[in-house]
Design a binder for this molecule. Structure first.
Ligand code: TYD
Length: 141
């Protein structure tokens, strides 16, 4: 059975960590440590205090979100259930499956949010209107 695209299909993935007194090392191999091949990497940085990012859902894109530095919160919403997750470790990533509305907030000063994505940027893959997103999920308000 195909996994339903809800907040329970999203979750924290513990990434490999090579601990070393000279500094720790973490690596991510697409299709191995995360359930998709990586076709794009982007990152948010210089985020001003109080800023909010996200505010959209993706039709088909899968992502892994990692706090490379500092911390921030991600609110996942599948139209029925919501989950707030705090990221603050660079050897843990949040896997986000398709069709999940997400908001990012509570960025600490100097934080860096790196996103590994299963596909290249495609504006047609976005729902940017929450009502349209709910309609696509078949959720009535
Ligand atoms: P958006 O995905 O809305 O950012 P966030 O979810 O972090 O708030 O993208 C912001 C802008 O950047 C938008 O105009 C599209 C553009 N963009 C790209 O050109 N390429 C990309 O890979 C991404 C993620 C965004």
């Amino acid at each position: 059975m195909k996994t339903p695209f809800n907040v329970d299909a999203c979750g924290i993935i513990a990434l490999p960590k090579i601990s070393d007194p000279r500094g720790n090392l973490t690596f991510i191999e697409g299709g191995d440590h995360i359930p998709f091949d990586i076709r794009r990497v982007y990152y948010l940085y210089d985020v001003p205090g109080g800023a909010e990012r996200g505010g959209h859902a993706h039709k088909g894109l899968q992502q892994l979100i990692v706090a490379m530095s500092g911390s921030f919160d991600i609110v996942l919403d599948d139209g029925v259930n919501k989950k707030r997750i705090h990221l603050n470790r660079s050897n843990f990533g949040l896997y986000v499956c398709p069709m999940i509305w997400r908001e990012l907030d509570n960025f600490s000063s100097g934080s860096v949010c790196m996103v590994l994505a299963s596909n290249k940027y495609d504006e047609d893959d976005y729902y940017r209107n929450y009502d349209e997103y709910l309609a696509a999920r078949g959720v009535s308000k």
